[in-house]
Write a protein that binds this ligand. Structure first.
Ligand code: GLU
Length: 486
């Protein structure tokens, strides 16, 4: 069979029957990388032909998610439902050429057939019983008031072969495709009902001059059927690449039970688009030697090819994703981190208007550079920023520390020696800690622990000196020491 040659044109064909799923997003990543690697086009087609389940809000969610991930597409998205006349024309041609036929088998008859096959432990398939109806038989069915689906003939002895860019030589037998395939839903015999997935995909991929169909391996059986449709319609064939499925840790297909699966939910949890696209690229693709595991989409595009896409399913690894997300956040310049955190802080009402008015210039950026190195998820930057915007209620361990006479003695000593004015240079802060330790007769470690408990309300958290210096700039260290010395 002839294969289409360049230019490279690929597409993502999401159905707007749900939010953008991680599996679809990963397919988008591979399509995008392949297109950008070859200087080709990455197109979008919204497959909204399932009218009952398709929703405009899902289309919006999918487009927003792709934009947020940085998977920019070329041109306007093709809306499949607007192309229904082309789909119907293709079906009419197949009917006229005898490659498809009207089938009047009722739902009840199909159910009976399936039950009989089940009882005999056979795979369910249509038995092609209406392939050769005489005009008289057809008239009799129509007179009974029966409506018809349109079925495409698939001969059992057909062998379908193609070369898959990921999986190599592929071979399917026509006998394993479930009998003659429905390509249009039930409708009165003088009409053509709603065209169905395999037919519309072939007509649209050909109309869009798609050179490479890159999609999940759950579509392999569809590919076998679609190849027969390309042949029957005399259309040029694209090249196929079936990418491995995303699996959970137990090796089963990733599902909602394994945690979130929607890109919008990952976003809500505080994952960055950079980490997600980096991670999705690694789900099934191995970077070349020396590239490491941290890269941008643009960097991956320079080397991407299907020779390094694995056949085996890709296990989803939260730890790896978290690690990557932390790496991305640590590398962000404080000003950019601030931009990402500000909306989350604003949702909490931080900084409160009084504080906002009193903040020295650059204070929020300094806070970001302090927090940046310890974040795994963006939302950690909310929890960890809390003691800088509101006086914390000390947790149980901090309370236990603060209740000790030693702690009280060194906090009192510190409180009397705090410099006035916003500046607390590091040597001065160190000298204050040493002096407080001497005057309270304790080790410096005790002073530091007590100070941390008083300032941050917890024994864990960001670097103590830097936190103290930030709080000193707004006079909060003095206030908190006073509150916590009883
Ligand atoms: N609408 C189909 C899906 O979402 C597209 C499959 C394909 O890429 O052909 O699974």
């Amino acid at each position: 069979m002839a294969e289409a040659s360049s230019p490279i044109r690929v597409r993502l064909a999401p159905s707007p029957t749900g939010t953008l799923h991680i599996g679809t997003a990963r397919t988008a990543v591979f399509n995008w990388l392949f297109a950008r690697h070859h200087g080709g086009s990455f197109l979008l087609r919204i497959e909204d032909t399932d009218r009952e389940r398709s929703k405009a809000e899902y289309t919006d969610n999918i487009l927003d998610g792709l934009r947020w991930l940085g998977l920019n597409w070329d041109g306007e998205p093709v809306i499949q439902s607007e192309r229904i006349e082309s789909h119907r024309q293709a079906i009419a041609r197949l009917l006229a050429e005898g490659k498809a036929y009207r089938c009047y088998t009722s739902e009840a008859e199909l159910t009976a057939l399936r039950e009989q096959q089940q009882a005999q432990k056979q795979a369910p398939r249509y038995d092609n019983r209406h392939r050769q109806l005489t005009p008289a038989q057809e008239q009799a069915f129509i007179a009974e008031g029966r409506e018809a689906v349109v079925r495409f003939r698939i001969d059992d002895d057909r062998v379908i072969e193609w070369h898959d860019l990921v999986r190599g030589a592929m071979r399917w037998s026509g006998a394993d495709l479930g009998g003659d395939m429905v390509i249009a839903r039930r409708a009165p015999a003088d009409a053509i009902g709603d065209p169905l997935y395999n037919l519309v995909v072939v007509v649209d991929d050909a109309a869009m001059a798609i050179s490479h169909v890159i999609r999940g391996e759950d579509h392999i059986a569809n590919t076998a059927k679609q190849l027969l449709l390309y042949e029957a319609l005399g259309l040029p064939l694209p090249i196929f690449a079936h990418t491995p499925l995303i699996l959970n840790q137990e090796g089963r297909k990733l599902s909602k039970r394994d945690g979130v699966t929607s890109i919008s939910d990952f976003r809500g949890l505080g994952y960055t688009p950079e980490a997600l696209t980096n991670y999705m690229t690694l789900l099934g693709w191995s970077p070349p030697e020396g590239m490491g595991e941290r890269f941008t989409l643009a960097e991956a595009a320079t080397v991407f090819g299907f020779d390094r896409v694995n056949r085996a399913g890709a296990r989803f690894d939260w730890e790896k994703l978290n690690w990557l997300n932390g790496q991305v956040l640590h590398a962000l310049p404080p000003g950019e981190l601030l931009q990402q955190l500000q909306p989350l802080w604003a949702a909490k009402g931080w900084p409160a208007p009084d504080l906002a008015a009193a903040l020295p210039p650059g204070w929020l950026e300094e806070l970001c550079s302090l927090l940046g190195t310890s974040l795994t998820l963006l939302k950690d930057g909310v929890d960890q920023a809390a003691p800088f915007f509101t006086a914390p209620l000390p947790d149980e361990q901090a309370r236990a520390v603060l209740a000790q006479p030693d702690a009280q003695a060194c906090l009192a000593a510190l409180g009397t020696q705090l410099p006035n004015g916003p500046s607390l240079p590091t040597p001065e802060a160190q000298a204050l800690l040493t002096a407080a330790a001497t005057s309270a007769g304790v080790k410096k470690g005790v002073v530091m622990k007590s100070l941390r408990a008083a300032l941050l309300g917890s024994l864990k958290g960001p670097d103590l000196l830097a936190s103290w210096q930030l709080l000193h700039q707004i006079g909060e260290d003095r206030r908190r020491l006073m509150i916590n010395v009883f």
